[in-house]
Design a protein around this ligand. Structure first.
Ligand SMILES: C=CC1=C(C)c2cc3[nH]c(cc4nc(cc5[nH]c(cc1n2)c(C)c5CCC(=O)O)C(CCC(=O)O)=C4C)c(C)c3C=C
Ligand code: FE2
Ligand code: FE2
Length: 358
Protein backbone atom coordinates (compact mmCIF):
# COMPACT_ATOMS: atom_id res chain seq x y z
CA UNK A 1 0.00 0.00 0.00
CA UNK A 2 1.23 3.51 -0.86
CA UNK A 3 2.35 5.63 2.09
CA UNK A 4 1.23 9.26 1.95
CA UNK A 5 2.60 11.87 4.38
CA UNK A 6 0.17 14.76 4.91
CA UNK A 7 1.96 17.83 6.28
CA UNK A 8 -0.29 20.30 8.10
CA UNK A 9 1.03 23.85 7.85
CA UNK A 10 0.18 26.36 10.55
CA UNK A 11 1.70 29.51 11.95
CA UNK A 12 2.77 28.22 15.38
CA UNK A 13 2.77 30.16 18.59
CA UNK A 14 4.89 30.50 21.75
CA UNK A 15 4.81 27.53 24.13
CA UNK A 16 5.95 29.56 27.18
CA UNK A 17 6.30 33.24 28.17
CA UNK A 18 10.03 33.20 27.34
CA UNK A 19 9.29 31.97 23.80
CA UNK A 20 7.25 35.06 22.88
CA UNK A 21 10.21 37.17 21.80
CA UNK A 22 12.08 34.53 19.73
CA UNK A 23 8.74 33.55 18.14
CA UNK A 24 8.16 37.18 17.14
CA UNK A 25 11.75 37.42 15.85
CA UNK A 26 11.13 34.42 13.59
CA UNK A 27 7.94 36.07 12.34
CA UNK A 28 9.31 39.54 11.70
CA UNK A 29 12.52 38.32 10.01
CA UNK A 30 10.50 36.33 7.44
CA UNK A 31 10.95 38.03 4.02
CA UNK A 32 7.28 37.24 3.28
CA UNK A 33 6.26 39.39 6.28
CA UNK A 34 8.90 42.11 6.45
CA UNK A 35 9.44 43.25 2.88
CA UNK A 36 12.58 45.32 3.18
CA UNK A 37 16.03 44.75 1.63
CA UNK A 38 17.73 41.62 2.98
CA UNK A 39 20.67 43.42 4.58
CA UNK A 40 18.39 45.43 6.92
CA UNK A 41 15.77 42.71 7.66
CA UNK A 42 17.47 40.79 10.52
CA UNK A 43 18.18 44.01 12.42
CA UNK A 44 14.78 45.64 11.76
CA UNK A 45 12.89 42.38 12.35
CA UNK A 46 14.52 41.89 15.75
CA UNK A 47 13.83 45.53 16.62
CA UNK A 48 10.11 45.25 15.74
CA UNK A 49 9.89 41.93 17.63
CA UNK A 50 11.44 43.51 20.72
CA UNK A 51 8.91 46.35 20.62
CA UNK A 52 5.98 43.97 20.10
CA UNK A 53 6.99 41.55 22.89
CA UNK A 54 5.28 43.39 25.77
CA UNK A 55 1.86 43.68 24.06
CA UNK A 56 2.00 40.11 22.72
CA UNK A 57 3.11 38.71 26.11
CA UNK A 58 0.19 40.45 27.81
CA UNK A 59 -2.17 38.82 25.33
CA UNK A 60 -0.66 35.36 25.79
CA UNK A 61 -0.75 35.83 29.60
CA UNK A 62 -4.56 36.03 29.37
CA UNK A 63 -4.63 32.52 27.87
CA UNK A 64 -2.10 30.93 30.24
CA UNK A 65 1.15 32.32 28.77
CA UNK A 66 1.14 30.11 25.68
CA UNK A 67 -0.61 29.55 22.37
CA UNK A 68 -3.03 26.61 22.10
CA UNK A 69 -2.28 26.29 18.38
CA UNK A 70 0.06 23.27 18.54
CA UNK A 71 -2.30 21.09 20.62
CA UNK A 72 -5.24 22.02 18.39
CA UNK A 73 -3.28 21.40 15.18
CA UNK A 74 -2.05 18.01 16.44
CA UNK A 75 -5.61 17.07 17.38
CA UNK A 76 -6.75 18.03 13.86
CA UNK A 77 -3.90 15.87 12.51
CA UNK A 78 -4.94 12.84 14.59
CA UNK A 79 -8.58 13.18 13.53
CA UNK A 80 -7.71 13.69 9.87
CA UNK A 81 -5.30 10.74 9.90
CA UNK A 82 -8.01 8.47 11.36
CA UNK A 83 -10.55 9.67 8.79
CA UNK A 84 -8.10 9.19 5.89
CA UNK A 85 -7.05 5.71 6.98
CA UNK A 86 -10.70 4.60 7.01
CA UNK A 87 -10.67 5.01 3.21
CA UNK A 88 -8.30 2.04 2.91
CA UNK A 89 -6.87 3.54 -0.32
CA UNK A 90 -3.41 4.24 1.08
CA UNK A 91 -1.62 4.50 4.41
CA UNK A 92 -1.72 8.08 5.64
CA UNK A 93 0.26 9.78 8.39
CA UNK A 94 -0.20 13.43 9.39
CA UNK A 95 2.73 15.63 10.42
CA UNK A 96 2.75 19.23 11.72
CA UNK A 97 5.05 21.93 10.34
CA UNK A 98 4.76 25.29 12.08
CA UNK A 99 6.22 28.38 10.45
CA UNK A 100 7.45 30.42 13.42
CA UNK A 101 7.64 28.08 16.43
CA UNK A 102 8.33 24.42 17.07
CA UNK A 103 7.91 21.93 15.49
CA UNK A 104 9.10 23.81 12.40
CA UNK A 105 9.65 22.58 8.84
CA UNK A 106 13.16 21.20 9.45
CA UNK A 107 12.00 18.86 12.25
CA UNK A 108 8.84 17.94 10.31
CA UNK A 109 10.80 17.16 7.12
CA UNK A 110 13.18 14.89 9.08
CA UNK A 111 10.21 13.07 10.67
CA UNK A 112 8.56 12.65 7.25
CA UNK A 113 11.82 11.35 5.73
CA UNK A 114 12.22 8.84 8.60
CA UNK A 115 8.72 7.48 7.84
CA UNK A 116 9.78 6.85 4.19
CA UNK A 117 6.60 7.91 2.38
CA UNK A 118 5.95 7.34 -1.32
CA UNK A 119 4.54 10.86 -1.64
CA UNK A 120 3.89 14.01 0.35
CA UNK A 121 0.86 16.28 0.40
CA UNK A 122 1.26 19.77 1.85
CA UNK A 123 -2.00 20.90 3.47
CA UNK A 124 -2.13 24.48 4.78
CA UNK A 125 -4.52 25.10 7.67
CA UNK A 126 -5.18 28.42 5.98
CA UNK A 127 -8.27 28.15 3.77
CA UNK A 128 -7.21 31.23 1.78
CA UNK A 129 -3.84 31.51 0.07
CA UNK A 130 -1.58 34.38 1.09
CA UNK A 131 2.06 34.89 0.24
CA UNK A 132 2.49 35.71 3.96
CA UNK A 133 1.12 32.38 5.19
CA UNK A 134 0.89 29.45 2.77
CA UNK A 135 3.47 30.95 0.39
CA UNK A 136 5.92 31.45 3.22
CA UNK A 137 5.32 27.95 4.63
CA UNK A 138 5.84 26.35 1.20
CA UNK A 139 9.14 28.21 0.78
CA UNK A 140 10.33 27.08 4.24
CA UNK A 141 9.23 23.50 3.49
CA UNK A 142 11.06 23.37 0.14
CA UNK A 143 14.30 24.34 1.87
CA UNK A 144 13.79 21.95 4.81
CA UNK A 145 12.83 19.02 2.55
CA UNK A 146 15.95 19.54 0.43
CA UNK A 147 18.13 19.65 3.56
CA UNK A 148 16.50 16.47 4.90
CA UNK A 149 17.15 14.74 1.56
CA UNK A 150 13.42 14.20 1.07
CA UNK A 151 12.95 13.66 -2.67
CA UNK A 152 9.50 12.14 -3.18
CA UNK A 153 6.65 13.52 -5.34
CA UNK A 154 5.09 16.41 -3.43
CA UNK A 155 1.70 18.00 -4.09
CA UNK A 156 0.59 21.28 -2.55
CA UNK A 157 -3.02 22.08 -1.82
CA UNK A 158 -3.04 25.81 -2.34
CA UNK A 159 -6.34 26.76 -0.80
CA UNK A 160 -9.92 25.70 -0.25
CA UNK A 161 -11.56 29.09 0.21
CA UNK A 162 -14.75 28.16 -1.60
CA UNK A 163 -14.73 24.40 -1.32
CA UNK A 164 -18.42 23.47 -0.90
CA UNK A 165 -17.84 21.01 2.00
CA UNK A 166 -15.62 23.49 3.84
CA UNK A 167 -18.21 26.24 3.30
CA UNK A 168 -21.04 23.95 4.45
CA UNK A 169 -19.17 22.93 7.63
CA UNK A 170 -18.43 26.58 8.42
CA UNK A 171 -22.02 27.58 7.64
CA UNK A 172 -23.33 24.91 10.05
CA UNK A 173 -21.31 26.53 12.87
CA UNK A 174 -22.55 30.00 11.89
CA UNK A 175 -26.17 28.83 11.66
CA UNK A 176 -26.03 27.26 15.15
CA UNK A 177 -24.35 30.32 16.70
CA UNK A 178 -26.87 32.60 14.96
CA UNK A 179 -29.70 30.57 16.48
CA UNK A 180 -28.17 30.83 19.97
CA UNK A 181 -27.64 34.58 19.59
CA UNK A 182 -31.17 35.15 18.29
CA UNK A 183 -32.61 33.18 21.22
CA UNK A 184 -30.65 35.33 23.68
CA UNK A 185 -31.70 38.64 22.13
CA UNK A 186 -35.01 40.51 22.45
CA UNK A 187 -37.01 40.12 19.21
CA UNK A 188 -36.72 43.82 18.32
CA UNK A 189 -32.88 43.81 18.35
CA UNK A 190 -31.39 43.17 14.92
CA UNK A 191 -28.34 40.92 14.49
CA UNK A 192 -25.42 41.44 12.07
CA UNK A 193 -22.74 38.85 11.26
CA UNK A 194 -19.19 40.24 11.15
CA UNK A 195 -17.01 37.83 9.16
CA UNK A 196 -13.65 38.80 10.65
CA UNK A 197 -10.45 37.77 8.86
CA UNK A 198 -6.83 38.46 9.77
CA UNK A 199 -5.79 41.70 8.08
CA UNK A 200 -2.93 42.25 5.68
CA UNK A 201 -0.97 45.38 4.70
CA UNK A 202 -2.67 46.88 1.63
CA UNK A 203 0.67 47.02 -0.23
CA UNK A 204 0.88 43.20 -0.16
CA UNK A 205 -2.58 42.87 -1.74
CA UNK A 206 -1.68 45.49 -4.36
CA UNK A 207 1.32 43.36 -5.33
CA UNK A 208 -1.01 40.50 -6.27
CA UNK A 209 -1.67 38.59 -3.05
CA UNK A 210 -5.00 36.74 -3.60
CA UNK A 211 -5.90 36.55 0.11
CA UNK A 212 -8.50 39.33 0.28
CA UNK A 213 -10.24 38.12 -2.85
CA UNK A 214 -10.29 34.56 -1.50
CA UNK A 215 -11.66 35.73 1.88
CA UNK A 216 -14.54 37.38 0.01
CA UNK A 217 -15.10 34.13 -1.92
CA UNK A 218 -15.24 32.19 1.38
CA UNK A 219 -17.82 34.56 2.83
CA UNK A 220 -19.94 34.36 -0.33
CA UNK A 221 -19.81 30.54 -0.21
CA UNK A 222 -20.68 30.41 3.51
CA UNK A 223 -23.53 32.90 3.19
CA UNK A 224 -24.80 30.89 0.22
CA UNK A 225 -24.89 27.76 2.38
CA UNK A 226 -26.85 29.44 5.20
CA UNK A 227 -30.61 29.45 5.42
CA UNK A 228 -31.04 32.88 6.99
CA UNK A 229 -33.20 35.06 4.74
CA UNK A 230 -32.03 38.68 4.39
CA UNK A 231 -28.88 38.06 6.47
CA UNK A 232 -27.18 41.31 7.50
CA UNK A 233 -23.45 40.66 7.14
CA UNK A 234 -20.11 42.25 6.36
CA UNK A 235 -16.48 41.17 5.80
CA UNK A 236 -13.93 42.94 8.01
CA UNK A 237 -10.28 42.59 9.04
CA UNK A 238 -8.66 42.35 12.48
CA UNK A 239 -5.20 42.09 14.09
CA UNK A 240 -3.38 45.02 12.49
CA UNK A 241 0.14 45.02 13.93
CA UNK A 242 2.16 47.52 11.86
CA UNK A 243 1.64 51.24 11.19
CA UNK A 244 1.21 50.83 7.40
CA UNK A 245 -2.25 51.00 5.80
CA UNK A 246 -3.98 47.60 6.15
CA UNK A 247 -6.97 46.32 4.21
CA UNK A 248 -10.35 47.28 5.58
CA UNK A 249 -12.90 47.84 6.88
CA UNK A 250 -11.37 47.02 10.24
CA UNK A 251 -13.35 44.91 12.70
CA UNK A 252 -13.13 47.83 15.16
CA UNK A 253 -14.76 50.16 12.59
CA UNK A 254 -17.54 47.62 12.08
CA UNK A 255 -18.14 47.46 15.86
CA UNK A 256 -18.43 51.23 15.84
CA UNK A 257 -20.98 51.07 13.00
CA UNK A 258 -22.94 48.38 14.86
CA UNK A 259 -23.02 50.61 17.96
CA UNK A 260 -24.25 53.48 15.83
CA UNK A 261 -26.92 51.30 14.14
CA UNK A 262 -27.84 49.69 17.50
CA UNK A 263 -27.49 46.16 16.07
CA UNK A 264 -26.06 43.19 17.95
CA UNK A 265 -23.11 41.38 16.37
CA UNK A 266 -22.16 37.76 15.81
CA UNK A 267 -18.42 37.67 15.05
CA UNK A 268 -17.26 34.79 12.88
CA UNK A 269 -13.48 34.21 12.46
CA UNK A 270 -13.21 33.40 8.76
CA UNK A 271 -9.49 32.94 8.08
CA UNK A 272 -8.48 30.86 11.10
CA UNK A 273 -9.55 27.25 11.53
CA UNK A 274 -8.31 26.95 15.13
CA UNK A 275 -8.74 28.98 18.27
CA UNK A 276 -5.63 31.01 19.08
CA UNK A 277 -4.58 34.29 20.66
CA UNK A 278 -6.45 36.41 18.13
CA UNK A 279 -9.77 34.64 18.66
CA UNK A 280 -9.45 33.99 22.41
CA UNK A 281 -8.03 37.40 23.32
CA UNK A 282 -8.72 39.89 20.53
CA UNK A 283 -12.25 38.68 19.74
CA UNK A 284 -13.36 37.29 23.11
CA UNK A 285 -11.85 39.93 25.38
CA UNK A 286 -10.77 43.13 23.60
CA UNK A 287 -13.49 43.48 20.96
CA UNK A 288 -16.17 42.33 23.41
CA UNK A 289 -15.15 45.13 25.80
CA UNK A 290 -15.00 47.57 22.90
CA UNK A 291 -18.50 46.55 21.77
CA UNK A 292 -19.86 47.14 25.27
CA UNK A 293 -18.19 50.55 25.38
CA UNK A 294 -19.70 51.43 21.99
CA UNK A 295 -23.21 50.46 23.09
CA UNK A 296 -23.53 47.43 20.79
CA UNK A 297 -26.66 45.70 22.18
CA UNK A 298 -25.24 42.15 22.06
CA UNK A 299 -21.90 40.43 21.27
CA UNK A 300 -21.66 36.77 20.25
CA UNK A 301 -18.98 34.66 18.57
CA UNK A 302 -18.89 31.66 16.24
CA UNK A 303 -16.30 29.10 17.46
CA UNK A 304 -13.36 28.29 15.18
CA UNK A 305 -13.56 24.91 13.42
CA UNK A 306 -10.85 23.12 15.46
CA UNK A 307 -11.72 19.39 15.09
CA UNK A 308 -15.35 19.89 14.11
CA UNK A 309 -16.33 16.61 12.32
CA UNK A 310 -17.72 18.47 9.27
CA UNK A 311 -14.46 20.39 8.86
CA UNK A 312 -12.31 17.26 9.25
CA UNK A 313 -14.51 15.47 6.69
CA UNK A 314 -14.05 18.40 4.27
CA UNK A 315 -10.25 18.18 4.70
CA UNK A 316 -10.36 14.39 4.23
CA UNK A 317 -12.26 14.77 0.94
CA UNK A 318 -9.87 17.47 -0.26
CA UNK A 319 -6.89 15.21 0.48
CA UNK A 320 -8.47 12.16 -1.16
CA UNK A 321 -9.40 14.12 -4.29
CA UNK A 322 -5.92 15.61 -4.53
CA UNK A 323 -4.17 12.29 -3.97
CA UNK A 324 -6.53 10.63 -6.46
CA UNK A 325 -5.01 12.85 -9.11
CA UNK A 326 -7.56 15.58 -9.78
CA UNK A 327 -5.02 18.27 -8.96
CA UNK A 328 -6.57 21.42 -7.66
CA UNK A 329 -5.89 24.47 -9.69
CA UNK A 330 -4.58 27.70 -8.41
CA UNK A 331 -7.70 29.77 -8.00
CA UNK A 332 -6.29 33.20 -8.45
CA UNK A 333 -5.41 35.16 -11.50
CA UNK A 334 -6.73 38.64 -11.00
CA UNK A 335 -10.05 37.23 -9.80
CA UNK A 336 -10.32 34.60 -12.55
CA UNK A 337 -9.50 30.91 -12.41
CA UNK A 338 -5.82 30.48 -13.14
CA UNK A 339 -5.20 28.01 -16.00
CA UNK A 340 -2.11 26.49 -14.39
CA UNK A 341 -1.86 23.97 -11.55
CA UNK A 342 -0.89 25.41 -8.20
CA UNK A 343 2.86 25.45 -7.91
CA UNK A 344 3.44 26.03 -11.63
CA UNK A 345 2.23 29.60 -11.68
CA UNK A 346 3.47 32.87 -10.20
CA UNK A 347 0.53 33.20 -7.78
CA UNK A 348 1.74 30.29 -5.74
CA UNK A 349 5.34 31.36 -5.41
CA UNK A 350 6.80 32.95 -2.31
CA UNK A 351 7.57 36.62 -2.97
CA UNK A 352 11.34 36.23 -2.83
CA UNK A 353 11.16 33.91 -5.84
CA UNK A 354 8.46 35.66 -7.89
CA UNK A 355 8.82 39.17 -9.11
CA UNK A 356 6.29 38.54 -11.86
CA UNK A 357 3.12 38.18 -9.75
CA UNK A 358 0.00 39.36 -11.56
C1 LIG B 1 3.01 42.18 9.37
C2 LIG B 1 2.61 41.33 10.25
C3 LIG B 1 1.68 40.20 10.05
C4 LIG B 1 1.03 39.71 8.91
C5 LIG B 1 1.08 40.25 7.50
C6 LIG B 1 0.27 38.58 9.32
C7 LIG B 1 -0.54 37.80 8.48
C8 LIG B 1 -1.31 36.72 8.90
N1 LIG B 1 -1.28 36.07 10.12
C9 LIG B 1 -2.23 35.07 10.15
C10 LIG B 1 -2.53 34.22 11.24
C11 LIG B 1 -2.02 34.33 12.52
N2 LIG B 1 -1.21 35.33 13.00
C12 LIG B 1 -0.93 35.10 14.34
C13 LIG B 1 -0.15 35.85 15.18
C14 LIG B 1 0.58 36.97 14.77
N3 LIG B 1 0.61 37.56 13.52
C15 LIG B 1 1.45 38.64 13.53
C16 LIG B 1 1.77 39.48 12.46
C17 LIG B 1 1.30 39.34 11.14
N4 LIG B 1 0.46 38.39 10.65
C18 LIG B 1 1.98 38.74 14.88
C19 LIG B 1 2.95 39.81 15.33
C20 LIG B 1 1.46 37.69 15.62
C21 LIG B 1 1.79 37.34 17.08
C22 LIG B 1 0.78 37.75 18.07
C23 LIG B 1 0.77 39.23 18.29
O1 LIG B 1 1.83 39.83 18.42
O2 LIG B 1 -0.32 39.77 18.31
C24 LIG B 1 -1.60 33.90 14.75
C25 LIG B 1 -1.65 33.39 16.18
C26 LIG B 1 -0.70 32.44 16.73
C27 LIG B 1 -0.98 32.15 18.19
O3 LIG B 1 -0.05 32.26 18.92
O4 LIG B 1 -2.03 31.80 18.68
C28 LIG B 1 -2.28 33.42 13.62
C29 LIG B 1 -3.09 32.14 13.53
C30 LIG B 1 -2.89 35.09 8.89
C31 LIG B 1 -4.03 34.16 8.50
C32 LIG B 1 -2.32 36.11 8.12
C33 LIG B 1 -2.56 36.56 6.74
C34 LIG B 1 -3.37 36.16 5.89
FE1 FE2 C 1 -0.66 37.08 11.93
FE1 FE2 D 1 -2.17 30.99 -10.66
Amino acid sequence: MQRVAVVLFNLGGPDAPESVRPFLENLFTDPAILRVPGFIRPWLGRFIAKRRTKAASENYAIIGGRSPLLELTEEQGRNLEAALNQSGQAEYRCFTAMRYWHPMSDAAARAVQAWEPDSVLLLPLYPQYSTTTTGSSVAAWDQAAAQAGLRVPTTTLCCYHSDPAFAAATAAEVQAAYGRARAALPAEVRLRVLFSAHGLPESIVKRGDPYQWQVEQTVAAVVGALTIPGLDHVVCYQSRVTPQKWIGPSTEAELERAGHDKVAVLVCPIAFVSEHSETLVELDVEYREEAERLGVPGYFRVPAQNSDPGFIAALRDLVLRTVAGSRRLCSFAGGRQCPKPFGDCPHAKAPARSKEMA
